[in-house]
Design a protein around this ligand. Structure first.
Ligand SMILES: C[S@@+](CC[C@H](N)C(=O)[O-])C[C@H]1O[C@@H](n2cnc3c(N)ncnc32)[C@H](O)[C@@H]1O
Length: 267
């Protein structure tokens, strides 16, 4: 009864109350909407290349690259595992003198070597006997299929001192201070996160440990390789000696027919 009387009392003001509630709601929802739009605009600047401190993204780029640039160089697409057969081609020895490359690494029995971007293990298989019996080669790749292919090749040999290791785009996931020599053949230019990779690789090296970086010579137009899959010595040294890595460029050996062999030592 009391409730009925109160309702009657407010009845003349009901349209006014309803109207104010609607207006309040409308104003609040407009404010939320415009705040959302502002945030969206902040996150997606239109017409400008996406940038962060370390990497730059350009719309116009080499079709063989991923459109992501590091210190002015475009990063190449990763070579897919179906192309493993190309890595294993018999004429590679004549074109790249892999056996000379391995000799130049000066490996010794007992050493721990990481073959980063090992692919199907062409280099791993040649290095493993040189560090046996107590040393080993850790073959790192981000494609499981490559490691499976290497496992199959290993099972056809008597080689026992190879460890297969799945890395990721940022890190080979190796223990700190654990490796004597890191070999990277025809892979560095494909790293999607070169800064993070080299930072983690340098941490995995023992003090005095070495990185052997092997890249097709950009300076030589006769080297029959796509541009983004080549690197100049100058650019390689610039990228590999960023202060956080504590790496020193010790020497470049230009005895290979198509590639630079650049040695960096952990200080
Ligand atoms: C062109 S192949 C070279 C393989 C081998 N080094 C050789 O010369 O026979 C490059 C390999 O590097 C691997 N790769 C690319 N990015 C990598 C990364 N961040 N960490 C480890 N491996 C990577 C690819 O999956 C591919 O198997």
């Amino acid at each position: 009864m009391q409730l009925l009387q109160r309702t009657k009392l407010f009845a003349p003001f009901l349209p006014l109350l309803l109207c104010s509630a609607f207006c309040f709601n409308f104003i609040i929802s407009q404010q939320v909407l415009s705040a959302e739009q502002k945030t969206e605009k902040k996150e997606k600047p239109e017409g400008k290349p996406k940038e962060n401190k370390r990497y730059e993204y350009r719309a116009e780029h080499d079709p063989n690259g991923i459109g992501k640039f590091y210190l002015g160089r475009e990063i190449a697409h990763v070579m897919g595992h179906p192309a493993a057969i190309w890595l294993e081609r018999p004429e590679r020895e004549k074109e790249e003198k892999l056996s000379l490359l391995i000799k130049l690494l000066e490996l010794k029995p007992g050493m721990k070597v990481a073959d980063i971007g090992a692919g199907s293990g062409v280099l791993t298989l040649q290095m493993a006997p040189l560090v046996a019996p107590n040393g080993k080669v850790v073959a790192v790749d981000i494609q499981k299929e490559m490691l499976v292919r290497l496992q199959n090749r290993l099972s056809r040999t008597g080689i026992k001192n190879v460890e297969l290791h799945l890395g990721d785009n940022n890190s080979p996931r190796l223990k700190p201070n654990s490796v004597d020599v890191v070999l990277m053949v025809d892979v560095y230019h494909e790293f999607e996160f070169p800064y993070e990779m080299i930072l983690n690789i340098s941490r995995a090296l023992k003090p005095g440990g070495r990185i052997a970086l092997v890249e097709y010579r950009m300076e030589d137009p006769r080297v029959p390789i796509k541009l983004v899959h080549k690197m100049s010595e100058k650019q390689s040294i610039k990228e590999m000696t960023q202060p956080a890595f504590s790496l020193e460029h010790t020497k470049t050996i230009d005895k290979l027919p198509r590639q630079h062999l650049m040695i960096f030592t952990r200080k």
